[in-house]
Design a binder for this molecule. Structure first.
Ligand code: TXA
Ligand code: MG
Length: 335
């Protein structure tokens, strides 16, 4: 199969709809990361997504709909706070998990009685979802465990020859996946941190909890149990206080004939003059935008990526950035 990368022009949207109705898989741009889309009602198409990604069978998928789609067709018991959040943040990078009406394939939620719903704001995603006018399941368009894609080229690298079409919208502005929010309890609870932060949710909903997954437990959101976002090169991570150890590891890799590279916030770039550095930027939003771009670049240019972690700050977008960064780079010094 030939994989075409195309813009969201009319002809390609029509083609995308034909593929989806035929049970095929189409990748598309969103404001967070690229998604791998299939008809959420079609068992075979949904199972194909799991097969293509090599995704564990217990990790449920998010159903994506356009901005005028009646969400209540898909979920029961949409609490009052979820309605407020929908008005405040959708379309946008927030996914709401609610009790399901069971109108989509049983494979979408992997046996859970809830469904995750997302209304992406990217014009390409909206045009595609309007054209098909169906709920579309879309995990990030990467092989399971690999770094999520933020360009059409990244999708192509993982799925060339396996899917017919990638709807290109350029680089994803947000850069990390949507905030996943459990809306089944009296208070909303963040299952996966993202660009819509705890503070933003609490402002609108009155309160917001954060679910923290302890290993060994059955996770509330199955995706939390897996190592994720891992680039093909070796990785290590250090705190800013351990910079001299990080430099020692860099030198060792170089002496052994490898190509090390640092990944750090802009504040450290001057101190690392003379070394190969990927600059994450100055604030959490910039870091979110650049993180996966840099992880993909590291695969191309480095044998060892050494992350110097930004200082932890409670809350904000930094929660989502640090979560991805530590899971990508192993959260330790072991190479
Ligand atoms: O930004 C995004 O959300 C991207 C773009 C393509 O829209 N999609 C994405 O999908 O990140 P995926 O499949 O890579 O991650 C979905 C996450 C997983 O952690 C999964 O466990 C969780 O959402 N999830 C899905 N349905 C759930 C449910 N019913 N209950 C709890 N967690 C759920
Ligand atoms: Mg993913």
């Amino acid at each position: 199969m030939q994989t075409v990368i195309a813009g969201p022009e009319r002809d390609w949207l029509i083609r995308a709809k034909e593929y989806i109705l035929a049970g095929e898989v189409v990748a598309f741009h969103t404001e967070t990361v690229y998604g791998l889309g299939a008809d959420a009602r079609n068992d075979k198409a949904v199972r194909r997504i799991f097969a293509l990604k090599g995704r564990p069978a217990d990790n449920p998928l998010i159903a994506h709909v356009h901005a005028d789609y009646e969400i209540k067709r898909l979920v029961d018991e949409f609490p009052a706070y979820a309605e407020k959040l929908r008005r405040a943040f959708l379309p946008g990078p927030l996914t709401l998990v609610c009790p399901s009406t069971g109108k989509v394939s049983g494979f979408v939620s992997c046996g859970l009685n809830t469904l995750a719903i997302r209304v992406p704001s990217s014009p390409v995603a909206q045009a595609f979802l309007r054209e098909v006018n169906l709920p579309i399941v879309a995990p990030s368009a990467n092989l399971s465990g690999h770094v999520s894609p933020v360009t059409a080229q990244h999708v192509f690298q993982d799925f060339e020859g396996k899917i017919p079409l990638i709807l290109d919208g350029g680089v994803c502005e947000g850069g990390i996946e949507s905030t996943v929010l459990d809306c089944t309890g009296p208070v909303p609870r963040i299952l996966r941190a993202g660009l819509v932060t705890r503070e933003m949710i609490a402002d609108v909903a009155g309160a917001c909890e954060v679910y923290s997954f302890r290993s060994g437990e059955k996770p509330k959101s199955p995706g939390l149990a897996y190592r994720h976002y891992v680039p093909h090169c070796k990785t290590a991570s250090f705190s800013a206080e351990e910079l001299s150890d990080a430099v020692a590891l860099y030198r060792k890799e170089e002496q052994e004939g490898g190509k090390p590279c640092f990944l750090c916030e802009n504040g450290l770039v001057k101190q690392l003059a003379g070394y190969a550095v990927l600059d994450l930027g100055e604030n959490a939003e910039q870091m979110a935008h650049r993180l996966y771009l840099h992880l993909h670049t590291a695969e191309e240019i480095a044998t060892l990526l050494i992350a110097v972690l930004p200082r932890p700050q409670e809350g904000g977008v930094m929660d989502g950035v640090l979560n991805r960064l530590t899971r990508a780079c192993g959260g330790g010094h072991g190479v």
